[in-house]
Design a protein around this ligand. Structure first.
Ligand code: URP
Ligand code: ZN
Ligand code: ZN
Length: 469
């Protein structure tokens, strides 16, 4: 069955223009000039979707999510089904989640478990990165097979000593491996050894509330680790992607490396653009636990968010992902009632990324084209999914969102679809709204109706990053 999306403005990473989009089965087959003979003749036989007044954009690609992961003695509250359904509601049609090899675990076992959890349960297409929590000789060898099988990105941690931290030797070994096999290293760049000392000292002083999570994870310790990761990547001759960057000082490190011609990239996340150490993490009582994530929210007095917007404009930040890692306040965040070190780390937001970034278009921080580039095109390119994903062009998957720029609404726990008992973005007023979402040619969201299903989403075997020089 063909579908014709008619009368809208198609937005790509290079601009916007009126166009009709013809879909056949799961694929886009043509982008047509409105009123052209082909468009008119297609309209007579196709199922026509009216996009008048709407932006027609590629489905969002969120390359950093954590559905149903075990962490801090609990499990993130969105399953693959609930999380991918919420993503769809928010205009995201692809996620790249993580499989985690814990200390002492075999990479293959960790990956198999993740496939089993996701398979048949996702409402949108999905891929995996591999987290290496134990860079052994065996794990290093396994990296080659993974790249060949479509898992071409490896996350390492400079934080969480004794749990996930890789030391500099292990980091360099993994980087050298990626240099050979074409993979890319994603880095959680925080100096975890120094952070753990400061956290112990805070707890010993009796400073046990949530705000201390942000106070001990100092910006200097993010920038130091970012700097070290960049230098190690230079020695290892490996491309580097810094995840969840939040501090201005870390952004400076990335910008310096990029200006020097290094293959260094970074993402930030909506929480660092909208939420702060003082107003959110430092909220009265235990409320701040809702905003515990790592890297942490930064001080509103230090212009981090303004710098991040500048970085997004200037392309020192190439991608916006969510680091969606939701935990309910009740019983989950509450695990750390007496000690901030026990609060599960993570914020849920997979549903709101497209809308929150669109506010940057409304306020003039970024252009319409840059919105699409940051949320769909570049993440697809960065992680080997382009041009199947992240673009509206013939041959691409028909993952298409109709976005209504005139709608206004307010984010709330009462209207979101994520499996969380609070919203980190409660009360934020939004201009613009997802109207229709198509995933591989199937309409899965139409106005207020969800028409998708768990199991529609297919596993994506990814190629190599298309950002390597
Ligand atoms: O707090 C966070 N970011 N939790 C998810 C795990 C990670 O480090 O990305
Ligand atoms: Zn991380
Ligand atoms: Zn994460």
């Amino acid at each position: 069955m063909t579908k014709l999306i008619r009368g809208g403005t198609v937005v790509s990473s290079t601009g916007a223009s009126p166009a009709d989009v013809l879909v056949d089965g799961e694929k886009i087959v043509a982008v047509l000039e409105p009123g052209s003979a082909i468009a008119e003749s297609a309209a007579s036989s196709a199922d026509v979707i009216d996009a008048t007044g709407k932006y027609v954009i590629p489905g969002g690609v969120d390359v950093h999510t954590h559905m149903e992961i075990d962490s801090a003695g609990t499990t993130s509250s969105d399953t693959f089904e609930t999380g991918t359904t919420a993503a769809a509601w928010g205009g995201t049609t692809t996620i790249v989640d993580f499989a985690t090899q814990s200390h002492g675990e075999r990479v293959r076992e960790a990956l198999d478990a993740r496939f089993a959890a996701a398979s048949g349960n996702c409402a949108i297409d999905y891929g995996f990165h591999m987290i290496l929590g134990d860079v052994t000789d065996e794990a290093l060898k396994e990296m080659d097979s993974l790249v060949a099988e479509g898992i071409s990105s490896f996350k390492l941690f400079m934080a969480y000593p004794g749990v996930l931290l890789s030391d500099d030797r292990q980091i360099l070994q993994a980087m050298q491996k990626c240099s050979d096999n074409g993979g890319i290293v994603m880095m959680h760049a925080e100096n975890g050894i120094a952070i753990d000392l400061l956290a112990e000292q805070a707890a010993a002083r009796g400073d046990t509330g949530p705000k201390n999570h942000g106070l001990v994870r100092r910006a200097e310790l993010e920038s130091e680790a970012t700097h070290r990761a960049i230098k190690l990547a230079k020695v290892g001759e490996c491309p580097l992607y810094i995840v969840h960057l939040s501090a201005s000082e870390a952004l400076e490190e990335v910008a310096r490396a990029r200006n020097g011609g290094s293959n260094v990239f970074a993402e930030t996340c909506p929480q660092y653009l909208y939420l702060t150490l003082e107003d959110h993490l430092g909220a009265p009582g235990f409320e701040g636990a809702k905003y515990v994530c790592s890297t942490p929210l930064r001080s509103k007095h230090e212009h981090h968010a303004a710098d991040l917007w500048t970085g997004l404009r200037a392309n020192d930040l190439s991608v916006v992902s969510t680091d969606h890692c939701p935990f309910c306040f009740k019983d989950q965040k509450e695990l750390g009632l007496d000690d901030f070190r026990l609060i599960p780390n993570g914020i849920g937001g997979v549903e709101h990324r497209m809308d929150l970034l669109y506010q940057g278009v409304v306020s003039g921080e970024i252009s319409l084209a840059r919105w699409v580039e940051l949320c769909a095109t570049t993440p697809a390119r960065m992680f080997g999914l382009y041009p199947q994903k992240g673009t509206i062009q013939p041959g691409a998957d028909a993952d298409i969102v109709l976005y209504d720029p005139a709608a206004t609404w307010t984010i709330s726990v009462d209207n979101h679809h994520m499996n969380m008992d609070y919203s980190a973005y409660e009360g934020i007023e939004i201009t613009g709204k997802v109207d229709t979402v198509m995933s591989r040619g199937e309409v899965i969201v139409s106005g207020d109706a969800f028409r998708g299903r768990a199991g529609h989403g297919k596993y994506l075997e990814r190629g190599l990053s298309q950002y390597l020089v």
